[in-house]
Ligand binder design. Structure first.
Ligand code: PAP
Length: 332
């Protein structure tokens, strides 16, 4: 195994320390029996298993068990969390750019200009599913990593000791974004079918309302440990929330640093990221490698009006409002 890069301060781009020598040893080989005993559903082209109250993609379950039991957190780890299609790529870019701003004073040298955000920040769910967690040891501290797991499924050690920044999004826009994403692999997937699964809660890492509430409650209980962000707020005033994120991660911008905040916002803007050559070609992700351009579609709020009827919108809004009632969390 390559020596851990202890002399470099993190975060560094994940793919730069991954020399491809850590073999894949799927976690399912060890925990296959546990997975096989769980309730299952086949929906929208994915095999799902009900694990601790959430419908996880079958190939993530065993990795989640290993993550829960064996993840070795470092005190300065920062975990980025999200429900799929709610702003993961953007949050990864913003957090990585914020944390590395002093390491790359020449903007043209920044790794986000040559690497997709998913190639800079490792995705824990896939790494553990593939049994490649040794890769994480090669990252210098502080490490930035991301997960789609709900807060209640995170390892106890992470809940007790790591900072977690979460981004949520209007579920209506999430469904639309997810549909476009899944259609890259399943062009025939009907929107109405996916919509039904989302309303039933039986979609990957769903139900979405329980996912969001798990982080909302954690952020109320430990605001120093869990930062709760909204995609729509980021769109309205990215700089303001980048400052919050930086402060939360322990790398605050000084009040006079407006130029540095703007540089991060600009580097990670939808237009900038979508226009980069690296994000127009190739694929990201190990298990279901997806075209990099599929992570940059429209980048707006409210696109749901172009895909669902007012009745569908009202139905999903009411489900979510009902679930959020009494929690203090405003429904979209
Ligand atoms: P993931 O969870 O599979 O990694 P994620 O990044 O959450 O995906 O979802 C992609 C969405 O974020 C897309 O939304 P859309 O389909 O509604 O357009 C994508 O366009 C949007 N997105 C990606 N990067 C940015 C960015 N820099 N700024 C704003 N939105 C972005």
């Amino acid at each position: 195994m390559a020596a851990m890069a202890t002399n470099t301060s993190g975060p560094v781009p994940f793919t730069d320390v991954d020399d491809g020598t850590v073999p894949k040893r799927p976690a399912k080989e060890e925990f296959g029996d546990l997975v096989a005993a769980l309730p299952r559903k086949h929906q929208a082209g994915l095999e799902l298993r009900l694990y601790q109250g959430f419908w996880l993609p079958d190939h993530w379950v065993a990795g989640t068990v290993v993550f829960q039991r064996r993840f070795a957190p470092r005190p300065d780890d920062v975990i980025l969390a999200s429900y799929p299609k709610c702003g993961t790529t953007w949050l990864k870019a913003l957090a990585f750019a914020t944390m590395t701003r002093d390491a790359y004073p020449a903007p043209a040298q920044h790794p986000l200009l040559r690497l997709n955000p998913h190639d800079c920040v490792p995705f824990l769910d896939e790494i553990f599913a593939d049994g490649q967690e040794a890769k994480l040891e090669r990252l210098p501290s502080p490490r930035l990593m991301n997960t789609h797991m709900p807060h209640t499924l995170l390892p106890e050690s992470v809940i007790a000791g790591c900072k977690v920044a979460y981004v949520c999004r209007d579920p209506k826009d999430m469904v639309v974004s997810l549909w476009h994403f899944l259609r890259r692999r399943q062009p025939e997937l009907p929107f109405a079918e996916l919509f039904e699964h989302v309303c039933d809660g039986a979609v990957a890492v769903g139900p979405i309302w329980d996912h969001v509430l798990s982080y909302w409650r954690a952020s109320l209980a430990r605001p120093d440990r869990v930062l709760f962000l909204r995609y729509e707020d980021l769109l309205l005033d990215t700089g303001k929330h980048v400052r919050r994120l930086a402060e939360f991660m322990g790398r605050p911008f000084s009040p006079a640093d407006e130029g540095a905040v703007e540089a991060v916002v600009e580097l990670c803007s939808f237009e900038k990221m979508k226009g980069l050559e690296v994000n127009k070609k190739g694929s990201a992700g190990a298990y279901h490698a997806m075209p990099r351009d599929s992570f940059f579609r429209k980048g707006v709020a409210g696109d749901w009006v172009n895909h669902m009827t007012p009745e569908m919108a009202t139905r999903l809004d009411e489900v979510v409002r009902d679930k959020f009632r009494g929690t203090g969390l405003a429904a979209p």
